[in-house]
Design a protein around this ligand. Structure first.
Ligand code: TYD
Length: 154
């Protein structure tokens, strides 16, 4: 089982899409193990998007990610990193397939609604970046036995 980081970006918060997006993850069977609202600082964003700081659009990305508070989530499940990335869709909302979150809620390369960790290694780093250890709750809902077969829970 894995835990992955999702950020509901200002484009989700300001459009009032938070509930619908959280519902999609829960409906899929992912367990919310952490969730909070925070205003992202420039320093945290420079760390989080270190691979993009030299790109010409970086000032716009900063402005976009600071336009409102965001919701950060820790989602737990089997192959959660890959499952959540598939649900997220391609970076550019115009290219993201219908049925994905970006495909259904966005039409932009920047205002693309969600961030999701892209690898197990990055999920570990990003969860530590956005959550303190006591903000992640390692409970298992009793419904889990109707979500997975026993072998999948090992
Ligand atoms: P990136 O890490 O490449 O993609 P993803 O979010 O799918 O993992 O990019 C991070 C964010 O930077 C992306 O969600 C939106 C923004 N961005 C732009 O605004 N323009 C761009 O050309 C790219 C590549 C990203």
């Amino acid at each position: 089982m894995e835990t992955t980081l999702v950020i509901l970006k200002p484009s989700a918060v300001l459009h009032g899409y938070v509930g619908q997006i959280v519902q999609r993850f829960q409906q899929k069977g992912l367990v919310v193990r952490g969730m909070k609202m925070m205003q992202l600082s420039e320093g945290l964003l420079r760390e989080h998007y270190a691979h993009l700081v030299d790109r010409p659009f970086f000032p716009f990305l900063l402005r976009s990610m600071q336009a409102s508070p965001v919701i950060v989530m820790a989602l737990w499940g089997k192959d959660a990193v890959e499952v959540v990335r598939m649900m997220t869709g391609a970076t550019n909302g115009r290219k993201a397939l219908p049925g994905t979150i970006r495909g259904d809620f966005s039409v932009s390369g920047q205002e693309n609604i969600v961030h999701a960790s892209d690898s197990i290694e990055n999920a570990e780093i990003e969860l530590k970046r956005f959550f303190k250890p006591d903000e992640i709750f390692e409970y298992i809902p009793s419904s889990i036995v109707y979500t997975y077969e026993p072998d999948e829970l090992k």
